[in-house]
Design a protein. Structure first.
Length: 691
């Protein structure tokens, strides 16, 4: 017999079987509600909460194995200090007092000279508002450390939505089930958005048409009625050609355009230059495919677009998102609750970011900002008037930059500096952890409080600790509290415990008692939020032309910007490479979990048969994938998933699991997108040969 409760098992009868409600912490739009079964203080099962609308008891392969990750034999359970060379992964066990005293002394000495020589490096190892950037942000703000521009995933698309729709807003995911046409653009939803895919399947069974737009013939593309396999980085050209066809065939909602959009005449003029033939030559697809999709989109009601972040990881990624986000306003798709577009819903959550992160602690200071994408270059820079002080200390949490940051040979060189003091908060000895001076064991989601928003639905979720911390691990929040205490920082700033932080995270629109009672609360948002306009833009309209962008000296209209590294432009590196996630990995988080890694077997490169034959390569061969930035060895898989001229380096494997100690990010560049200062992982030319 078990009961579902919301208390820590340590206060329950010793032999009780209890279930604790929680939330998946990982970088995925689904943000599933979890139920952890605990027997005698040990988590024995993690399942989806069947009562939660968006989870309905279903988890992905990764999170359903969360107990395997939590109790992994290689889990970090006590603080460690480096005893070997940087990168060797050689450590000795120390006490928390020894570690924190030394870290505090060394960070304090650097801060006394110039606090901007200290840099935090973190991202979405947890999406929780408390264990990500609450006490940690207070700590670095109070020090006056350099700020981190956290751009490595979503900022090109997020800022593009902001300039067009007014923020990270869109249609509700549950209403995709009612759409008659669903365009899945730049998303392998089966892999990265499983619960949206369930809604798409409901619509499909009811007669809806599903179209997938993706350079790769993904698992999702295989299950759709049509796959438009365009060249990487050409999405804006396709969107503009769709606009062309909507205009010339008058598949427009003139009343919606007149009342609820800004910049129509200028957008119309630009779109009319993009005939299907012109776009087809850029995209590498048939003009008739463009005409057919435009006909479907222009004549089907309701029509919905599910965007994801893959399409933005090229030079013109922001413009591409802007172009696609304009489409629903042209046809009036927003009038229907099953029409519109969804990239991210996270802008709709009333987060009290300032209350959590206390930006007021900067006290008028304006520390420099370092872009996390360019960490490879920035760790190798010397002090200068333009750059500021050389980075002397790096504190890494919720991230594995050695694996996930671009041009990783430079990242490794920077982390390998003997004069760089590096502290890493982690669950495992990752590629990044190998370079730490101190390794500090952090708790997992089963062991701490947190509260979550979502970027794929509109529910707030509460996570309660289900088990006591494994070994000597501590929550991120507690580690930074104890560092602050040792550095003599104002104790009152760090006095909030984690449950209190959860209570402070959202405005009063969210009833915390409801979160305690059932584990989630739904935002009060209209079913069709933009049926009558009211976009959260300065004009209140969908802004085809953005005056804000124009004031920044940027083109106010969306346009197609060719990739930095355009296929066919280099005889030395003739292949375009994209690096989508392997189906069973989530960034680099689950790579070391044995059962999950066994599903992926080994690092592979997918290549079209014609490209392989031209190079005399066969499936199973070890190949060298290379460009001027580095080389990467992996197994070749000749696959119909790849179109000619494009290869797929599936990621993100830890470097230490690579055949030559590298992963696919050895090849990607540190250049930035047009909007949002984000990475261009899919804007990358390579050559492939036998290794």
């Amino acid at each position: 017999m078990s009961e579902t409760i919301g208390i820590h098992p340590s206060v329950s009868p010793a032999k009780a079987v209890i279930q604790i409600r929680g939330a998946c912490p990982h970088d995925c739009p689904d943000t599933c509600a979890l139920v952890t079964t605990v027997e005698s203080g040990v988590a024995v099962r993690v399942a989806g909460n069947p009562d939660h609308l968006h989870t309905q008891g279903v988890l992905c392969n990764k999170v359903s194995r969360y107990t395997e990750r939590t109790y992994h034999p290689q889990r970090l359970q006590y603080p460690q200090r480096r005893v070997g060379p940087k990168g060797s992964g050689q450590f000795e066990r120390v006490t928390w007092d020894e570690a924190l005293d030394d870290i505090a002394q060394r960070l304090g000495a650097i801060a006394a000279r110039n606090p901007e020589a200290i840099l935090p490096y973190s991202y979405a190892g947890t999406m929780g508002l408390v264990q990500s950037e609450s006490i940690a942000a207070r700590f670095f703000h109070q020090l006056g450390a350099s700020l981190l521009d956290r751009t490595i995933c979503s900022t090109a698309g997020a800022e593009a939505l902001g300039w067009t729709l007014g923020g990270k807003v869109g249609m509700k995911v549950e209403f995709f089930a009612e759409a008659k046409l669903i365009v899945i653009w730049g998303s392998n939803s089966i892999t990265s958005n499983l619960h949206f895919w369930r809604q798409a399947q409901i619509a499909k069974r009811a007669g809806a048409k599903l179209v997938c737009i993706d350079p790769r013939r993904s698992e999702t593309a295989e299950k759709c009625h049509e796959h438009i396999q365009l060249q990487p980085g050409t999405d804006a050209a396709l969107a503009l050609a769709l606009m062309h066809e909507l205009i010339v065939n008058d598949w427009l909602d003139h009343e919606y355009i007149a009342r609820h959009t800004l910049g129509w005449e200028a957008l119309r003029e630009r779109a009319l230059r993009w005939t299907p033939e012109r776009a087809a030559s850029v995209c590498g697809i048939a003009a008739e495919q463009i005409r057919a999709l435009a006909r479907d989109y222009g004549t089907t009601r309701p029509a919905a677009i599910r965007l994801n972040y893959g399409m933005q990881r090229v030079r013109g990624g922001g413009n591409a998102v802007r172009a696609v986000a304009c489409l629903p306003a042209l046809t009036g798709a927003w009038r229907h609750r099953a029409g519109g577009v969804l990239l991210s819903s996270s802008g709709q959550f009333p987060v009290r970011k300032t209350a959590l992160q206390r930006t007021d602690l900067l006290a008028g200071r304006t520390p420099r900002t370092i872009n996390m994408v360019t960490i490879g270059d920035d760790l190798l820079r010397e002090s200068s008037e333009q750059f500021g002080p050389k980075i002397e200390a790096l504190v890494v949490y919720n991230s594995n930059p050695l694996a996930v940051a671009p041009e990783s040979s430079k990242v490794a060189a920077g982390f390998g500096r003997d004069d760089l003091f590096t502290v890493v908060l982690e669950h495992f000895q990752t590629d990044t952890a190998d370079y730490a001076d101190y390794l500090l064991p952090a708790t997992t989601q089963l062991e701490h409080w947190d509260v979550h928003l979502s970027y794929g639905h509109t529910d707030v979720l509460l996570n309660r600790p289900a088990i006591a911390p494994v070994g000597q691990s501590k929550p991120n929040t507690q580690i930074f509290r104890e560092l602050a205490q040792r550095m003599g920082l104002d104790a009152a700033i760090y006095a909030d415990d984690d449950e209190t932080l959860c209570r402070k995270a959202f405005s009063d629109a969210i009833d915390f008692n409801e979160l305690l009672d059932k584990g989630w609360a739904t935002l009060p948002i209209a079913d069709a939020p933009f049926a009558t306009g009211d976009f959260p833009t300065p004009s209140g309209k969908c802004e085809f032309f953005s005056e804000g962008l124009a004031r920044l000296g940027v083109d106010g209209l969306p346009d197609h910007l060719p990739n930095y590294e355009t296929a066919g432009s280099s005889t030395r590196y003739p292949l375009a490479m994209i690096s989508p996630p392997a189906r069973n990995f989530l960034n680099s988080t689950f790579v070391n979990v044995d059962s999950i890694r066994a599903m992926e077997r080994e690092p592979i490169l997918e290549m079209n048969a014609a490209d392989a034959a031209a190079r005399g390569l066969a499936s199973g061969a070890v190949v060298r994938v290379f460009n001027d930035r580095g080389d990467y060895h992996c197994k070749l898989e000749i696959s119909e998933r790849a179109r000619p001229g494009v290869v797929h380096g599936l990621g993100v494997w830890w470097r230490k699991f690579g055949l030559n100690g590298t992963n696919v990010n050895e090849l990607t560049s540190q250049r930035l997108t047009d909007i949002g200062r984000a990475p261009v992982f899919y804007d990358c030319l390579v050559q492939v040969q036998a290794a």
